[in-house]
Design a protein around this ligand. Structure first.
Ligand code: UDP
Length: 452
């Protein structure tokens, strides 16, 4: 009897993509499914491996990633993704075959859309698989339409159409698409079209909510009627889950935040991958210092392209830091920071995790997107949800930084933005509440998994 009660609802194998912005939501999804009674195995690359000690409820299955066989000079995002996929195809079947023969229960692979070879492994082992898109439903819609745009001659995107609306994807402009201005766009285009053929999957999961993306989710339903769609986010608000940070979080900044006035601090971070030129860092530093607002700034090691930047930081910024008007860390406990009463706005690169973490705490954004889905997310933040502003100029100047900070933190306009951000936070709370769409979608996902 006891054994029967402890028997898991099924075994789920999660295949994350080994970058911070992909690991976090995948492990959060693991915590959610674990709380629903599933046993969770994380099949992960050795590169950027999550720390098993932080997740005692999960089983970890390291897979060879083949990265040591690639010359350092040829390593880039796309070559890493391709190498890991090749190794997943090679090694995952062996790793899972035991589970397949031993298990008399539901067994399902949920894989990050970028870990696309997991799907062929699932087919080979005759087990079901589900795509997890770590970004928005709107991005999935863009990907679904890319082949059509290519057939209509829009790709590669030229500067002359950069500001035009993309047919069928308004309010996105061509320059908001991930393949705009991407060096080696051909490789990216190929990767996207090989990773995201939703048609071949039985289901797709997003870390989003209907109150943010109802229109895009409905369009995906229309396009791919045979695919079950589950928008169950924001994951981190559904159940508390341990940190899966690859860098050590500096929690002293929380003690510093405790001493600041409510909604007075601007939090600045560009996530785990983006970088900036030293010149831009200096302009941001001057802008922050001149804005006179307290700031908490994450300057991740390796995130500034020009080594000498530190010696060029303005004297009044150093003074601001030494007078405790500013605090600089290498990595922050971001979810805790955004939930802190002292934080009034977030200067962000608009990775999807940062964006949804900010929106779900009611914190308006200054968007400074760099690449990938970040321009799309920034467009939604500023034009659709109207929860922030986007700085689009190629070259950023200190005056612009100072003005943006004041617009979000001090000027009259900030009250409107704050009110909208507060309203959206409430709507998100309703979505994850017991009658909400994310709650219902999660129950549907659990029923779907059990039925497999
Ligand atoms: N993050 C963090 N501390 C930091 C900066 C970022 O914990 O100092 C986390 C953040 O909460 C988010 C993830 O790292 O969950 C970054 O993901 P996102 O999609 O925003 O951007 P990416 O790093 O993929 O560009």
């Amino acid at each position: 009897m006891e054994n029967q009660e402890q028997r898991p609802a099924g075994c789920i194998v999660l295949v994350p993509c080994p970058f911070q912005g992909h690991i976090n939501p995948m492990l959060n999804l693991g915590s959610i499914l674990h709380s629903k009674g599933f046993s969770i195995t994380i099949a992960h690359a050795k590169f950027n491996s999550p720390d098993p000690a932080n997740h005692p409820d999960f089983t970890f299955l390291p897979i060879q990633d083949g990265l040591s066989n690639i010359k350092a000079s040829s390593l880039n995002f796309i070559s890493i993704i391709r190498a890991i996929n090749d190794n997943i195809e090679l090694h995952l079947p062996q790793n899972l075959s035991r589970m397949v023969t031993d298990s008399d229960q539901t067994l399902c692979i949920i894989y990050d859309a970028l870990m696309y070879k997991a799907e062929s492994v699932a087919k080979h082992l005759k087990i079901p698989s589900i795509i997890f898109e770590t970004s928005t439903a709107s991005l999935s819609l863009v990907y679904a339409q890319l082949p059509g745009l290519a057939a209509d001659g829009f790709i590669p995107i030229t500067e002359s159409v950069a500001n035009d609306m993309v047919p069928g994807l308004q309010p996105l402009r061509f320059k908001d698409l991930p393949i705009f201005n991407f060096p080696g766009y051909d490789d990216l285009f190929q990767l996207i079209t090989s990773t995201t053929d939703i048609r071949s999957s039985s289901a797709i999961i997003w870390n989003t909510t209907e109150c943010l993306e109802q229109a895009s989710i409905s369009k995906i339903h229309e396009h791919f009627q045979q695919v079950s769609c589950f928008a169950i986010g924001p994951f981190h608000k559904i159940i508390p889950s341990p940190s899966s940070s690859l860098l050590k979080e500096n929690s002293h900044c929380i003690t510093w935040l405790d001493k600041q006035e409510e909604k007075s601090v601007i939090y600045v971070s560009i996530g785990s991958v983006a970088s900036m030129e030293g010149g831009e860092l200096i302009e941001i530093a001057w802008g922050l210092a001149n804005s006179q607002q307290p700031f908490l700034w994450v300057i991740r090691p390796g995130s500034v392209c020009n080594e000498e930047w530190i010696s060029q930081l303005p004297e009044n910024l150093k003074e601001a830091v030494s007078k405790e008007r500013g605090y600089v860390v290498e990595w922050a406990p971001q979810r805790e920071v955004l939930a802190h009463a002292a934080v009034g706005a977030f200067w962000s690169h608009c990775g999807w995790n940062s964006t949804i973490e900010s929106i779900s705490e009611g914190v308006p954004l200054i968007c400074r997107p760099c690449f990938g889905d970040q321009r799309l997310n920034a467009r939604y933040v500023s034009i659709v949800w109207r929860l922030g502003i986007t700085l689009e100029d190629d070259k950023l100047e200190r005056k612009e930084v100072e003005q943006a900070v004041r617009r979000l933190m001090v000027d009259e306009e900030c009250e409107e933005l704050r009110q909208r951000a507060k309203d959206m936070k409430k709507q998100i709370e309703l979505c994850i509440g017991s009658n909400g769409t994310s709650h219902k979608s999660l129950n549907d996902l659990v029923a779907f998994l059990v039925s497999l």
